[in-house]
Ligand binder design. Sequence first.
Ligand SMILES: Cc1cc2nc3c(=O)[nH]c(=O)nc-3n(C[C@H](O)[C@H](O)[C@H](O)COP(=O)(O)OP(=O)(O)OC[C@H]3O[C@@H](n4cnc5c(N)ncnc54)[C@H](O)[C@@H]3O)c2cc1C
Length: 387
Amino acid sequence: MNVPVAISGGGIIGNYISLRLKRNNIDSLIIEKSDYMPDMSEGIRTLTLNNHSMSLLKAEGIDIESAPINEINALDGEGTGKIQFLADDINESYLSHVVMFNDLKNRLTELCKDKTLFNNEINSIQKFNSEDTSEAILGDGDSLHAQIIAGCDGRNSNIAKITGLPNEYYEYKQTAITFIGHVTNNDNSLIAHQAFSEKGIFALMPMPNKGSKKNRHTIVWSIDNSILQNISPTEYVKNNLSFFESKLNIKIEVNSEILNFKLSNHHFKNYIKDSVVLIGDAAHSIHPLAGQGINLGLADADIFCEELIDAYNKGFKINNKAILKKYEIRRKGMNLLMLKSMDFFVDFFSSKNLYIILLRNFGLNSVNKTKFLKAFFMRHASGLNKF
Ligand SMILES: Cc1cc2nc3c(=O)[nH]c(=O)nc-3n(C[C@H](O)[C@H](O)[C@H](O)COP(=O)(O)OP(=O)(O)OC[C@H]3O[C@@H](n4cnc5c(N)ncnc54)[C@H](O)[C@@H]3O)c2cc1C
């Protein structure tokens, strides 16, 4: 088999790249480890897509049900610090949109299924050669020649392991709990809330209504592992939900199973090795605090496609080293900035030091009064700052 671009991993990022390249006359083949078995249940997982991600997906004809957010209120649960982000402040109608993970994944998988080898994976890459093609040996023994191999196979990327590129990995020593909650006495369903406290970082966002199911919200709650040593996540939710209910002045009824997962981040020092390129979670992962994981991945995919399509239209080789390097240069700084900012917020808001508690209350209230600073944060998180 011979194909210009081989994509390892048919997740949201791999599928998006395949669609965008196809629309621009560049052929690709996705190699996906799992079966073609869309999970048709609604699921619990949601994704918060920023405006840039929404417009990228729309350009590929992806239009799924979403819950828009036009205001984010962040508050310090231990004090009086508050900050309010409004879409109006950056002249946008919305700051972000919450979608169901399964809705987006299924829609993309369906559109790409004819260009996907399911139940297969790349086991080894025989030749790294930037001017020619690389040969990938697949799990079923077949071989595949491609000018570019794109690693879109998620945070435990096998392609990244094959390249041997150096990786920085960090455990937050926190667990994220996520569930769906039915919220009452909530006046405005376009608002997302975030509260930082010793009891964890608590985020509450509106979610798609799905027919008659109204007033549902998605909750992502990050808790120190030390707290969960002697209590199950479900018990912890039962005992501590009322704290955030009174802080936010709402009532929440747990409406789904309670999922939990350990939190860590990673970042590869380089995203390319010869003609192998790491994209999305394969290259980096981030704390879910600001719901930026998928947005960083889609921003990577956007720049990767932009560079490739530009080279193709100008008649250059798409695996030219300078072209691939441009992708890395344009994305690495932006990803690191977001990653390090999240680490700073996690440390700053986890601190029990009295001076830091005072400083963050003062800081939040001061930033809240500084429109240009807030606009900078919002534009960055909305994906509107593109290099
Ligand atoms: C519970 C949870 C909540 C989250 N919430 C948010 C949120 O609100 N907002 C946000 O922006 N981000 C969120 N994220 C992060 C977001 O889900 C990821 O950033 C995003 O899914 C990454 O997409 P991806 O396509 O790069 O990788 P993945 O979604 O991991 O997809 C990788 C694909 O590769 C396949 N694969 C794996 N190994 C191989 C292999 N060896 N060969 C071939 N195929 C392989 C997998 O089967 C999968 O289809 C959340 C993550 C979790 C776990």
